[in-house]
Write a protein that binds this ligand. Structure first.
Ligand SMILES: [Zn+2]
Length: 247
């Protein structure tokens, strides 16, 4: 999926595996700042690649973010940018923002000072606080062939057209998904349907938006009660019946 080059939203959430989202952000910034059509060789492109570019502040953590980690955002945005100026905050592993951190960012994310933008990176959309999520445009990267989005079970739940139950059960029979993979698949499905939801809202397709919302709720409930060892098949079957009912 393309990242918006015009009308850049104040806040984006990019969902995907770490490598893909990283390279997507680099390419995106190069497209926005390089004057030689994201050549990837000029000094601007190289500085972006090395996370040294002046107009992009990268935040990372290996445990949880602390409020101190976010100070840089508030001290940077205290400066008014030059006209047409842009500055990006890229927050790696945004699922590691604590509720306190997320809350401290809400106002900023909703209405950043002119020219400032946020990009939250995560592999798990459902681990981002809903208060942040609802203020962001969510973009899911469809990534490499062995990724979740090509998983047979993902495909069964990704489309509006329903599969007959017998066909689904055949797929389920051949499936050897481990219980912990189920969580990843459902996470990806939430992101997938969230993108559909946002698209429907933009296009004023209220019914579609409402349906997507209900489907997301079903997946969120499933996440709250993940399959126990040995109960994977029952889990997916129940989920499919509930999902199918909403289509
Ligand atoms: Zn360049």
């Amino acid at each position: 999926m393309m990242l918006p080059l015009n009308n850049i939203p104040p806040a984006l959430i990019l969902v995907g595996d770490t490598t893909s989202i990283f390279s997507a952000v680099i390419t995106y910034l190069q497209q926005l700042f390089c004057t030689r059509s994201s050549c990837s060789t000029c000094s601007t492109c190289l500085l972006i690649q090395q996370q040294q570019f002046y107009a992009a502040t990268w935040l990372s953590t290996d445990k949880h973010y602390t409020l101190d980690d976010l100070d840089i955002i508030f001290s940077t945005t205290a400066y008014t940018l030059q006209e047409q100026g842009k500055h990006f905050f890229i927050i790696n592993s945004a699922d590691l923002l604590t509720p306190a951190c997320s809350n401290s960012l809400l106002k900023m994310v909703e209405e950043p000072p002119v020219g400032y933008h946020f990009i939250f990176l995560t592999s798990r959309l459902s681990a981002i606080l809903p208060t942040i999520r609802s203020r962001c445009t969510v973009i899911t990267l469809i990534t490499t062939s062995n990724s979740v989005s090509t998983h047979a079970l993902f495909t069964c739940f990704a489309n509006q057209k329903s599969l007959p139950l017998t066909d689904f059960l055949k797929i389920l029979d051949q499936d050897a998904t481990h219980e912990h993979e189920a969580l990843l698949i459902i996470d990806a499905l939430i992101a997938h349907w969230y993108a559909k939801y946002q698209k429907a809202i933009t296009e004023s397709k209220i019914q579609e938006a409402q349906r997507a919302q209900k489907i997301i709720l079903v997946f969120q409930q499933a996440l709250a009660k993940p399959p126990m060892p040995g109960s994977s098949k029952i889990f997916w079957r129940t989920l499919y019946l509930t999902f199918n009912h909403l289509l």
